[in-house]
Ligand binder design. Structure first.
Ligand SMILES: NC(=O)c1ccc[n+]([C@@H]2O[C@H](COP(=O)([O-])OP(=O)(O)OC[C@H]3O[C@@H](n4cnc5c(N)ncnc54)[C@H](OP(=O)(O)O)[C@@H]3O)[C@@H](O)[C@H]2O)c1
Length: 388
């Protein structure tokens, strides 16, 4: 395989760093064209010194001066701001754009990647959640190459190759159940930020870790799967699997179930996306079959985790509903992490925001961006009322 140019958006985050670890393990396979972050200037500088990309981008303008002062006259183009980050998706020497930005902030860069007919290695699930109506027709017509990095969607992508699209009966999305799977419902009112950040099987960035504790993450993944695989929400079932060994499954019409398994390590789906259609030697994620291995599966408790049921409703509604759900969730999670909202109030904020914002069935990009802004504003207002 010839060397491929990589752009990594969100290189300083959990997925961004894991992607660079994969790059390190395959010397000569990739050339880093560009790295981008929001504000982690020190880590971005460290990455620059190691990978020497042609472009460096920092979204937060307050950090641009620091970046420039540290780099001086070296051969790298320094860019700043959101529009600059999006423009990296169109670099002529880039073959693959890894979108590892967190939140709806990643949407436009994903669309730009598709517009330039590049491979989108996608961790930023919020792109497919908020931009579903824009991506769905492109995926359907084969005009977009989106290779999922989310482990569940990577598993389904791999399992789908065992049969034809019309032979699929169910997509079974697995979930660890998060840290509160066994916590009684009457103790949810006392959940602290530290407890919610303590995920039992995965080490991830703070936003997705909280989403995994509320199961909003699984809800976002349901919506992501609807767009990515072109199925209705009815085809998707969530299965709680606390060991996080089976990353998801596909049930075919002959009742065969095909699963993808490994130890939980995001470098595995990242490697799969970067090298597809090849598989390459990897040391991580290997199961030791000589030791006893217990795997359990159960149905989710939708009453304890109401956001999962809400996400299914939102997936059925479509249009701008997923963008509203996502925006309210981002605001509520920020509020919870900042200590202004209780864990159980995250779902209230989202429900109230969904009830208050009018939806558009067939939105254009501007409609989606407007719905996102209005939902954020309303979610903040609801949060302020709760805090009073
Ligand atoms: N972590 C996982 O294991 C995992 C698994 C599956 C899917 N995902 C998905 O992957 C995405 C990234 O997750 P993560 O856990 O890696 O998050 P993270 O650790 O918080 O990293 C987020 C990255 O995005 C950058 N960023 C944040 N806000 C930005 C903005 N407004 N514009 C541009 N860049 C911005 C951050 O820069 P700074 O460092 O400067 O803030 C950082 O580089 C999310 O969509 C998540 O749902 C993650």
């Amino acid at each position: 395989m010839s060397q491929r140019g990589l752009v990594i958006l969100g290189s300083t985050g959990s997925i961004g760093r894991s992607t660079l670890d994969v790059v390190d393990r395959h010397p000569g396979a990739f050339r880093i064209e560009a790295l981008a972050a929001r504000s982690s200037v020190e880590l971005l500088l460290e990455q620059y010194r190691k990978y020497h990309p042609r472009y460096l981008c920092i979204v937060d303008s307050a950090q641009e001066r620091v970046l420039r002062s540290q780099i001086g006259h070296e051969k790298v183009e320094i860019l700043c701001g959101e529009a600059a980050l999006i423009s990296l998706a169109g670099l002529s020497d880039a073959d693959i754009v890894v979108n590892a930005v967190v939140g709806a902030a990643g949407l436009r860069a994903s669309l730009e990647t598709i517009r330039h007919q590049k491979i989108l290695a996608l961790a930023n699930k919020e792109s497919l959640v908020t931009g579903g109506p824009l991506f769905a027709p492109l995926l359907e017509q084969g005009k977009a190459q989106v290779f999922p990095i989310d482990s569940e969607h990577s598993a389904i992508w791999q399992a789908m190759m065992s049969g034809r699209r019309e032979e699929v009966r169910k997509l079974l999305l697995t979930s660890s159940g998060g840290p509160f799977r066994t916590l009684p419902a009457d103790r949810f009112g006392d959940i602290t930020v530290d407890q919610a950040l303590n995920h039992p099987t995965w080490k991830m960035g703070p936003k997705i870790t909280i989403d995994s504790a509320t199961l909003a993450n699984k809800g976002l993944e349901v919506i992501e799967a609807v767009t990515l695989f072109g199925v209705s929400a009815e085809v998707i079932e969530v299965v709680i699997h606390p060991q996080s060994i089976v990353h998801s499954m596909v049930e075919f019409i002959d009742s065969s179930v095909v699963a993808q398994m490994s130890l939980p390590d995001m470098r595995l789906p990242i490697t799969y996306a970067l090298f597809w259609p090849r598989r390459v030697q990897s040391e991580f994620g290997r199961i030791d079959w000589s030791r006893p291995l217990t795997m359990t599966f159960e149905t989710p408790d939708m009453e304890k985790f109401p956001l999962l049921a809400t996400a299914f409703d939102v997936a059925r509604t479509g249009g701008t509903a997923p963008a509203i759900f996502n925006a309210a969730n981002e605001v509520a999670v920020e509020g919870f992490l900042a200590g202004t909202l209780r864990f159980v109030e995250i779902a209230d904020i989202i429900r109230r925001t969904l009830d208050a914002v009018s939806m558009i069935g067939r939105p254009e990009l501007d409609d989606i961006l407007r719905a996102d802004q209005v939902a954020r504003q309303l979610a903040r207002e609801h949060m302020e009322k709760i805090a009073c």
